[in-house]
Design a protein around this ligand. Sequence first.
Ligand SMILES: Nc1ncnc2c1ncn2[C@@H]1O[C@H](COP(=O)(O)OP(=O)(O)OP(=O)(O)O)[C@@H](O)[C@H]1O
Ligand SMILES: [Mg+2]
Length: 406
Amino acid sequence: MARGETIAGLDIGTTKTCAVIAASGPDGLEIIGVGEAPSTGMRKGVVTDLEATVHAIEAATEKAERMAGVHVSHVYVGVTGEHMQSTNSHGVVAVTGEDREVIANDVKRVVDASKIINLAADRQIIHSLPRHYTIDGQDGVTDPVGMSGGRLEVDTHIVTGGSSFISNVLKCVHRAGLEPAGIVFEPLASSAATLLPEEKQVGVVLLDIGGGTTDIAVFADGGVLHSATIPVGGNILTNDIALGLKTTFAEAENIKRTYGSGLVRPDEADQTFHVKTLDGRSTREVTSSQLRGIVVPRVLEIFRLAKANIVDRIPRDQVLSEVVITGGGAHLRGIETTAAEVFGLPVRIGVPSTVAGLTDAVKQPEYATAVGLVLFGPRGEQTPHLNGQSGGPLGKFWSWFSSIWN
Ligand SMILES: Nc1ncnc2c1ncn2[C@@H]1O[C@H](COP(=O)(O)OP(=O)(O)OP(=O)(O)O)[C@@H](O)[C@H]1O
Ligand SMILES: [Mg+2]
């Protein structure tokens, strides 16, 4: 990326749509614009109202553009939802370079070979991320270019998504006057903004607790070992509070943010507060232990579901050293303590930290995905370049896609 060039990310979440613009400076990428608008047309990664989603994208992008003082045409788009799946694959090729020296094209060929998986007609590959290479039986190679050998192998993490769900998201992006530069599975974006290389090396679980989904990414030996989405997020706590305390969703959200706690064992004396009744005309007294009785079982359920999902999909002997929680749900008081109990691992809250230009307002867990899109997007493979040129099978998809709206 040339100096001064800009790159943008678009996170269309269940609760908010967020656009981030970064420019390449002397010390790498720097965030220069952030814009946000409420989402009303998305649920758990799936478009439920096209017009509302287009408006949210336009509003968030305009705000980010105004702050950055630039116009953007291409955006890396975050995708998530139950239609997303992942698997680990393996590819093998013969090295063709002169003197049996691995060249970039061999690496491309071996990764392509790993992409030959059973894929239903209505699904597409979003990422094929090399985890490590093996040359003539020597494993653990991170960059094989220039090394000598006859047989090159790769282990990749492959992420696939439901084509119609993805084209609905892209349709909204297009209608908002933007070109998709590429698509990124959201937990991978969040990881790029919050995790350090050392954490990815020793084994880390990233949980992005959003409004509608909890997105999971597991890293080990520097690469992605597993990624997934479970269809529960922070909004289910709000729904439970609204039902349990017989109040509106808005009041329940306010109560959750002000008095909510995810702690299994309380760390302070019980307090009493007032909750508006459904008609808003009066209030009812509620204690913090009553509220905890509603919130804590759901928090435990989210962590247990996430843990079961991970345990099911990673090798039994895989060592993991830490859990990092991000997404707006990470704001819930005491959530780290409860996660640490369920996972039996140290837990920290992850905020965007791996890029320059972050103001305090953006160093919040709910911006991890949007910030991470500009970091991970260009690395995500299978994505057309910023200038709109594209190659490979997805390139064809993109040309077809662009031709519909141009
Ligand atoms: N102070 C707080 N305490 C508890 N929960 C909070 C707090 N602030 C925000 N949240 C919760 O965070 C969630 C929204 O997080 P986020 O903005 O990351 O979601 P999203 O990206 O819009 O949704 P998704 O990723 O599921 O599509 C909501 O459920 C909200 O209630
Ligand atoms: Mg999100």
